[in-house]
Design a binder for this molecule. Structure first.
Ligand SMILES: CC(C)(COP(=O)(O)OP(=O)(O)OC[C@H]1O[C@@H](n2cnc3c(N)ncnc32)[C@H](O)[C@@H]1OP(=O)(O)O)[C@@H](O)C(=O)NCCC(=O)NCCS
Length: 196
């Protein structure tokens, strides 16, 4: 496991690439149970990592904006706004951080940085997200990044527990409007255009 700079000023948002370094970082990050549950397909091979990253760097990716969370040249997380709807200027936000980079506030600052980009450069008005009620880390990220709780969707998601039994989870829905106040944490800056 690689050591990550945990200082509160570390990190920036930058585009994903299909470099060997980024692919290796994706494979390492998804090699944990909670991350595997986030992936649409098992992410255990370089080919699968290449398919995952292609979603964010390919042409025609008009409905989403995604950034790698970069610390000292290494991708340690991901923030994205998908399902961008220009009719209503809304989008759906999600995020993850590799296990070794957690507990540092990076996920919160990265999500705040994504929101700045969405409200500023993209001109969006409403950002939505949701998390399982048993995911306090995600709840903390949403709160820190300025999202407010709007409601509870009962028994929305079904996952298998450690014994292989299906369990349904309530999901908390949240949103942040451009007209809401700022995030509770300083937004992570974006890398200047052209920087790797
Ligand atoms: C969710 C995730 C991004 C949170 O990462 P993180 O590194 O803990 O996030 P931060 O360091 O920014 O902390 C966020 C807040 O949650 C709190 N928090 C984190 N884990 C917690 C836990 N287990 N219990 C209670 N609070 C917790 C932190 O203390 C912090 O709050 P604070 O600033 O008030 O102290 C990370 O756990 C992850 O990638 N999980 C797998 C993917 C996932 O679940 N994504 C979200 C899908 S909705």
């Amino acid at each position: 496991m690689t050591t990550v700079d945990h200082s509160p000023t570390a990190g920036r948002l930058r585009p994903w690439t299909d470099s060997g370094q980024d692919l290796a970082a994706i494979l390492e990050a998804f090699d944990s149970d909670d991350m595997a549950a986030q992936a649409g397909e098992p992410l255990g091979t370089e080919a699968a990592a290449r398919r995952w990253v292609a979603q964010w760097i390919g042409p025609g990716n008009q409905g989403a904006v995604a950034f790698a969370i970069d610390v000292a040249g290494r991708a340690v997380g991901h923030v994205m706004a998908g399902a961008i709807d220009r009719r209503h200027d809304t989008a759906w936000v999600s995020y993850w951080v590799a296990p070794e980079a957690r507990g540092t506030g990076l996920a919160s600052r990265a999500t705040a940085g994504l929101a700045e980009h969405c409200f500023g450069s993209l001109g969006l008005f409403r950002l939505e997200l949701a998390y399982r009620v048993n995911n306090p880390g995600s709840a903390g990220v949403a709160r820190n990044a300025g999202f407010r709780i709007e409601g509870l969707e009962r028994a929305k998601l079904r996952y298998l527990d450690e014994h292989g039994n299906a369990v349904r989870y309530d999901v908390q829905t949240c949103a942040r409007l451009r007209s809401d106040g700022p995030a509770l944490v300083p937004p992570l800056p974006r890398a200047p255009a052209g920087a790797a």
